[in-house]
Design a protein around this ligand. Structure first.
Ligand SMILES: Cc1cc2nc3c(=O)[nH]c(=O)nc-3n(C[C@H](O)[C@H](O)[C@H](O)COP(=O)(O)OP(=O)(O)OC[C@H]3O[C@@H](n4cnc5c(N)ncnc54)[C@H](O)[C@@H]3O)c2cc1C
Length: 459
């Protein structure tokens, strides 16, 4: 039996960041991982997805080369090389995580960890003890009613690791993961159908953002079906057949080489021994119940990331890990404003957002002001050949930033400015009067803020 101050279960962006912070605080720390260092984010999810998307983005740029006076001939996709690059990116970054753990003196143990009551954790028949246990076990794919995984029915992680470029792919769920898969494969050359049960793509984004994204997806050749239910899924060795039905309309037969379920995830709690330790979960969602400092119902045990409520995002998991371990150490740590966590979707066009949509802000009774500009309002967009929309949702009374919504090139980067402004207690009037470099796309953010403040200059 080995004795630690902190045992972290899981080595994803939640677990490894927690472990490094724990070690920085002078705590003797162990990370236990049942699969591969770096967790799902680095090995199967965020990072591989973005690596393949990057290939699609480069191809997209090359195809537009003539707009910039360049003639490029003989462009083709070497999908094996795309996938090799994905693997190389993963191994470089997971190697980096292993290095960070080592550099910070964190012990690493390979194996499946279970809570054994008190401060005990069992791994492969051995028991280790800690004063603080932090659960960072992440999430697993979830099926949809009536559809089982297997054969040609796959989850989002598998979708990024296909050996061959599919001729056709059907994606169920047009949220962040589904639209990323659809937009990558469509641009790489597959026939893509995208199905969404709700009435628009990216249904949790502001409606103006969904509208622009939908238009651009169609331009990429994606066959988009909203308000549509997929059922009767049958898989063989080489194809999957299904039906799809829009509202109360007729059922239509569909087929694809692969059907990807991209409708959400469930916490990976099965092996954790939550019952043994007495850690309470939410009956409906299965998520672990925590307070604002990520403390579970059991003293000495914290839970973070995809295991607990809030958006299932890597950066949310990392931040929660920092809070949890600082709380364990007895520090006065920072609270999270969950609605203000930036949301980044790397489909084409990029989508970056935070805070409330215009509809949510109105529903909540705010005196809403909106500043909305096209990318073309500022010179940079024309110079770089980019289009899109920037929308700021504010509260009139104090000039508060309630939300930011950007669709277009670099939206996932540009949204951060508004997140930071809000975190530093700035409103749209402050963003409107902050000098931005020229010619940049982010000048458009300043113009949207000026529009909200009633003095749009360019537009
Ligand atoms: C396809 C896809 C793309 C995504 N893209 C993005 C993105 O671009 N940006 C973003 O912010 N988020 C993205 N996400 C969400 C993101 O992957 C998760 O929010 C993030 O991985 C959560 O981090 P985590 O550390 O909590 O868990 P994970 O990354 O899931 O890591 C948990 C680790 O715990 C291990 N584990 C589980 N149980 C045990 C046990 N009992 N013992 C030992 N080890 C255990 C698992 O093996 C795993 O390695 C994406 C998700 C998917 C599926």
């Amino acid at each position: 039996m080995a004795q630690f101050d902190t045992i972290v279960i899981g080595s994803g962006p939640g677990g490894y960041v927690t472990a490094v912070r724990s070690a920085q605080l002078g705590l003797k720390t162990l990370v236990v991982e049942k699969d591969t260092v770096g967790g799902r984010c680095l090995n199967y999810a965020c990072i591989p997805a973005k690596a393949v998307l990057r290939s699609a983005d480069v191809l997209h740029e090359i195809r537009r080369a003539d707009e910039f006076g360049l003639q490029v001939q003989g462009v083709s996709v070497d999908f094996a090389a795309v996938q090799q690059r994905r693997k190389d990116v993963i191994s470089q970054l997971t190697g980096g995580v292993a290095g960070l753990l080592k550099k910070n003196g964190v012990d690493y143990l390979s194996g499946e960890a279970s809570l054994a009551g008190g401060g005990d954790v069992t791994v492969g028949g051995e028991t280790h003890t800690a004063k603080h246990i932090i659960l960072a076990a992440g999430s697993v794919r979830r099926a949809i009613p009536g559809v089982e995984y297997g054969g040609r029915v796959i989850g989002t992680e598998e979708a990024w690791a296909l050996d061959e470029l599919p001729g056709s792919i059907a994606v169920v769920g047009a949220g962040a993961s589904g639209t990323e898969i659809a937009s990558a494969y469509a641009r790489l050359g597959a026939n893509v159908q995208l199905f969404e049960f709700l009435d628009r793509v990216l249904p949790s984004e502001d409606v103006d953002i969904s509208r622009v994204a939908n238009r651009e997806f169609k331009k990429q050749g994606i066959d988009v079906h909203v308000s549509t239910k997929v059922a009767d899924v049958q898989t063989t060795d080489d194809e999957v057949t299904f039906t799809f039905q829009k509202g109360d309309g007729d059922k239509v037969d569909g087929r694809a080489d692969w059907l990807v379920i991209a409708t959400g995830r469930a916490p990976d709690v099965e092996a954790l021994g939550l019952d043994v330790a007495g850690v309470k979960t939410d009956e409906k969602t299965g998520l672990i119940q925590v307070d604002g400092r990520l403390r579970t119902s059991v003293k000495g045990i914290w839970a973070i990331g995809d295991l607990v409520p809030g958006p299932a995002l890597a950066h949310k998991s990392s931040d929660e890990g920092v809070i949890a371990v600082e709380d364990a150490k007895g520090l006065d740590t920072h609270p999270i404003s969950y609605v203000d966590i930036p949301r980044a979707t790397f489909c084409q066009p990029n989508v970056g957002s935070f805070g409330l949509t215009e509809a949510q802000a109105k529903e909540q009774g705010h005196d809403v002001v909106v500043g909305k500009v096209p990318y073309g309002a500022v010179g940079g967009a024309t110079v770089y050949g980019e289009s899109g929309t920037i929308k700021i949702v504010g509260e009139k009374k104090y000039g508060e930033l309630l939300g930011g919504h950007i669709v277009g090139a670099k939206a996932t980067e540009m949204i951060q400015e508004l997140v930071n402004a809000k975190a530093l207690e700035g409103g749209y009037a402050e963003v409107a009067r902050t000098i931005h470099g020229h010619p940049t796309l982010s000048e458009g953010v300043m113009e949207a803020a000026r529009a909200a403040d009633g003095w749009l200059i360019h537009g």
